[in-house]
Design a protein around this ligand. Sequence first.
Ligand SMILES: [Zn+2]
Length: 258
Amino acid sequence: MIDTHAHLTEKPLYNNLAKVLNRAQENGVEKIICVGMNKRANERAVRLTNNYPQIYGSVGIHPNEVSKEELDLKRLKEQLNQPKVVAIGEIGIDLYRNKETFLQQKAYFIAQIKLALELDLPIIVHSRSSASEIYEIVKEFKGLKGVMHCYSEEEQLVEKFVELGFYFGVGGIVTFKNAHEVKRIAQKIPLNRLLIETDAPYLAPMPYRGKPNEPSYVKYTLLELAKIRNLKPEKLIEITNENTYRLFSKMDAKKLNL
Ligand SMILES: [Zn+2]
């Protein structure tokens, strides 16, 4: 399995990294994408990609960070040129937590989309109470690829994002009993656009709901998703791995000589 979205740069993961990575390996997680969000996390994520063969990274400025963080495109570009930094993210718009910075969020989002197109890299999108605003923006950029991470928003927009070529990251929420809409969305996403993720240390799946999340728990999401899609877990692992390598094409092991 590949955990396509984990914040290994954050407590409590960063402080217990050796144990966290051990448990991930013991539970069949062979690779992890460590997702950045601000200057500190981005620098750490890049460092982790150099220190651990199984860790890949992304860098970007998260929508909830725009009022505190400058957008240093030059530095981002340097980081994105590192061999194991495979995407820009997470980026996007959050109108749930930060309505008042909408215009600044939008400017950061668009500038980072342009950088993704310039470098031919996918984007990892954070969307909260903002799916239609995000759709209106991304549809204007031809050739843009990316993933709607932990998508739990308007169900009717799933097809629209699929038409644009986007992928969907399914996280721990899908294991919650009352998450009917997220389960319906998980049913609806075409198989060739499905990714699995934890968003660790946040949003732990059942049976760890409410506790700190970690990459090894991605198996609970995979098992639930296999049930929903009526597939054998091994088959779903194969499908989601393949999708991961297709979207994050820089992860190709052959190209990296691993
Ligand atoms: Zn995240």
